[in-house]
Design a protein around this ligand. Structure first.
Ligand code: NAD
Length: 490
């Protein structure tokens, strides 16, 4: 992997040019607290310039671009990411501290794949066409076609920075929109490299605009409240989604929200025991527990409960908290000291709420530069009441609570007793039960005997506090375009 330049500079990209700001803030490494980048913070005027550039691009040649041309452009963007794979890898790892092996397997390949899949989906997308009978017997042809939504604001989080950003940029460009993108203040780097790729592969000026900054009273809010932004697509915390809904209400913008989760895993006694332990461990601890789809509540059928907890503890204790580039590192730090404070507050709360700490629960001590980072031990609790806040609220760290159940109905009721509704995983060898329980889950996405596996053409999104709308495949095209009807009397 290439090293990143000592302190990189992360600028905005507006109307095809990199531009700076007087105000800048440091981005620190979660590995050792060192400064990895100076990030320019966009003011209202720069966000306004980005929106105007997007509007101008829509009035120009981009607004008349063909599906074939846009699909080809999306493939060129994917090629551009793949050509600079090592740069993206180094930047993502520097910002997040995640293991290189994980970013190499997941984040960067999916960044490129998102463009390829939406290029192909766009080309294959059908639209409605109906022949309408009329009294004169000659009939009328009704057909629908897609117009772009317009200038789309894309606001993304820090946990899977390139993956989640491109998950929205790709379908937005496929549908012919212009975008104003704001990555998380914690992860400005791969978005900036993406802007370089956009420039280098010939994306017209104004089509892809990038602004850096924070949420409230900063670039995030300036995008959501801008009267000329036509839609907002957001991934992040449920509370932020709620704030954005209020912000967009006066201008009635459509929103697509992918928000938090408190996802359950249900492990039945007939499950492949080793497969279930490995799968649940991955779903709890992957990316240091910082994936919206991560499991935070594990329900295990009573006959295998003790054995399961012992085996999951062994998996947690076998995780290697190491430097990202070290071979064998399987868990990195949390994203920041600030986020670690939040996770630690739940660790303290769990004890106060009566949890048994099966393993973990502390800040590890390394005796080296990592002690200045945001590291935390993988943690397992048992013994909490189902009403405990630690069982109800999203922690977003490498932690789960494990509780026993006796019947299938009880397991379903426990899993669904949440205000979130993003994902669930069911572990059983009984194929009928697998389907039955998966369909009974009150969430947008249920896995049987796997986790995080998904065909990108399928719907993705959550219910209740976990989001509004669905993206993925045609669902994304439906959000990023205005289906428009033409009726022709024959
Ligand atoms: P966050 O809500 O704090 O921030 C996300 C983005 O919103 C950042 O770019 C931030 O600057 C911006 N923002 C914050 N306040 C804003 C405001 N008032 N107006 C406009 N923009 C604002 O989330 P995070 O901490 O970066 O990410 C973690 C959260 O994201 C977790 O809750 C996780 O579950 C959720 N998440 C959900 C999904 C999903 O697909 N459902 C995927 C990944 C992460």
């Amino acid at each position: 992997m290439k090293p990143v330049a000592a302190v990189a500079e992360r600028m905005h990209f507006i109307d095809g040019q990199f531009v700076d700001s007087v105000r800048q803030f440091p981005k620190t490494s979660p590995v050792d607290g060192g400064i990895v980048a100076m990030v320019h913070e966009a003011g209202r005027a720069q966000v306004d310039a980005a929106v105007r550039a997007g509007r101008a691009a829509l009035r120009g040649a981009w607004g008349r671009s063909t599906v074939t041309a846009r699909a080809a452009l999306l493939h060129r963007i994917a090629d551009g990411i793949e050509r600079r794979f090592d740069d993206f890898l180094a930047a993502e790892v520097a910002d997040t501290g995640k293991p290189v092996a994980l970013a190499r397997r997941l984040d960067i390949p999916r960044g490129a794949a998102n463009f390829r899949i939406f290029a192909d989906i766009l080309r294959a997308a059908p639209m409605d066409s109906h022949f309408l009978d009329t009294a004169d017997g000659r009939g009328a042809l009704n057909y629908a076609y897609r117009k772009p939504l317009g200038v789309v604001g894309i606001i993304s989080p820090w946990n899977l920075p390139l993956l989640l950003l491109t998950w929205k940029v790709a379908p937005a460009l496929a549908c012919g929109n212009a975008v104003v993108v704001k990555p998380s203040e914690e992860t400005p780097s791969t978005a900036t490299l993406l802007a370089e790729v956009m420039r280098d592969v010939g994306v017209p000026p104004g089509v892809f605009n990038l602004v850096h900054g924070f949420g409230p009273d900063s670039a995030g809010e300036f995008i959501t409240t801008h009267p000329d932004v036509d839609g907002i697509t957001f991934t992040g915390e449920s509370a932020t989604g709620s704030a954005i809904m209020k912000a967009v209400a006066p201008t009635v913008k459509p929103v697509s929200f992918e928000l938090g989760g408190k996802n359950p895993a249900l492990v039945f006694a007939d499950a492949d025991f080793d497969g279930a332990v490995a799968g649940v461990a991955q779903s709890v601890f992957e990316n240091c527990g910082q994936v919206c789809l991560c499991t935070e509540r594990v329900y295990v059928e009573r006959p295998i409960f003790d054995r399961f907890v012992t085996a999951l503890k062994a998996k947690a204790e076998a995780l290697q908290l190491g430097l990202p580039q070290e071979v064998g590192t399987t868990m990195g730090p949390l994203i920041s000291r600030g986020h670690r404070d939040k996770v630690l507050s739940y660790f303290a709360l769990a004890r106060a709420e009566g949890a048994t700490v099966v393993t973990g629960g502390r800040v590890p001590s390394f005796g080296d530069a990592r002690d200045q980072g945001a590291w935390i031990e993988p943690t397992i609790w048992t013994g909490l009441s189902e009403q405990a806040r630690c069982v109800k609220e999203e922690v977003f760290g490498p932690v789960c609570h494990v509780a026993p159940f006796d019947t299938e109905d009880e397991a379903i009721a426990l899993a669904n007793d949440t205000r979130y509704g993003l994902a669930a995983a069911v572990w059983t060898r009984d194929i009928s039960r697998g389907h039955r329980v998966a369909q009974a889950m009150g969430c947008g996405l249920a896995w049987v005997n796997c986790w995080f596996l998904r065909d990108l053409r399928t719907p993705f999104g959550g219910a209740r506090l976990s989001g509004i709308g669905r993206e993925g495949g045609m669902h994304s095209l439906n959000f990023y375009s205005e289906p428009t009807n033409v009726c022709v009397k024959l």
